[in-house]
Design a protein around this ligand. Sequence first.
Ligand code: CMC
Length: 391
Amino acid sequence: TEMFTFDPGFTSTASCESKITFIDGDAGVLLYRGYPIDQLAEHGDFLETCYLLLYGELPSAAEKANFDYRITRHTMVHEQMARFFQGFRRDAHPMAVMVASVGALSAFYHDSTNIADPVQRMVASTRMIAKIPTLAAMAYKYSIGQPFVYPKNDLDYTSNFLRMCFAVPCEEYKVNPVLSRALDRIFILHADHEQNASTSTVRLSGSSGANPFACIAAGIASLWGPAHGGANEAVLKMLAEIGTPERIPQFIARAKDKNDPFRLMGFGHRVYKNYDPRAKIMQRTTREVLNELGVKDDLLDVALELERIALSDEYFIEKKLYPNIDFYSGITLKAMNFPVAMFTVLFAVARTVGWIAQWKEMIEDSGSKIGRPRQLYTGEKRRDYVPMSKR
Ligand code: CMC
């Protein structure tokens, strides 16, 4: 009999070699192509990060201008896509619409799906990164019954996205640069995170040579779950349920109770056993956005106090449970006026570049194979068919 390593949840199995993202979970370090996440978030912009993740180096000024131009030229989706949207119930969850519409791109772009051709790979990658904000904004507009807003390509990537989401006909819309910069930074923080569930899904589906747009749709499906991209939504629900700082101790007690399934949402991480470096930047960004908008959100007070209490509690210290990125992102996105159902969609917009970069790396790695995990069979032994009359 064959012997396999049994590793449910892949907690100790490396599924690939990768040069893209490095995480040291014990030290709380996250590097994209060697560059610390806080430096990129502080000094760079999202498209620069996209370039870095895709090609391995920071772009020169000319390379950056060329890349921005290339992305900008591909932001439109075909008008038929607008009609494709009309087929959805108007109360459909925007993530359901994203899975379907990104999947549908596979039917639109046959001229960029020969993945053996590096030029076609490049065009498919460009299209995916350029069109994902357009589709995300369309999913949002459709869900609130407003007409689609077309991309305006003299704006930068994130400002363009904000405008497609929040501009309405017959009214002037000016992008707030503070909000645009904050959202751009949120995109940088979410751009890649090595072999998480959705990225592994993209790699696994792509390992068969499948259509890249369809593979990204698979990644979006995986991201949708509450244990992954849906966590910031869960954090907001939890903070609202706690309501006031005085009620925090009873929720901390519940989180520690073995017989209570309740967990502190936005706390803990499979890889980070120290402060998630993204959470620190996210916390700062939250304050910046609330200040800019003059929003006073009681949930932020609850969040800060909850963090303070949990970080000095023995249970959380011993189990190395720290706030993760999702702990603060929900409050920020809510202040920016995004409805909760859009939170995971924004995560998908940002993570698309990570999925594409990892997919590209896999296709270009001559040593990569179709993903085919084994199993430990625990079912019935061989037995003979029993005729219906004898059952
Ligand atoms: N609150 C209370 N206890 C917790 C929590 C929490 N948030 N997270 C883990 N624990 C306890 C857990 O009960 C277990 O205790 P014991 O060893 O006594 O059974 C121990 O810590 C280890 O937990 P685990 O579930 O085995 O660890 P994991 O690596 O499988 O899970 C996690 C990681 C993120 C799923 C988990 O920490 C969790 O459910 N957190 C809350 C949800 C959340 O914030 N998710 C966002 C993840 S980051 C963004 C993303 O990946 O998309």
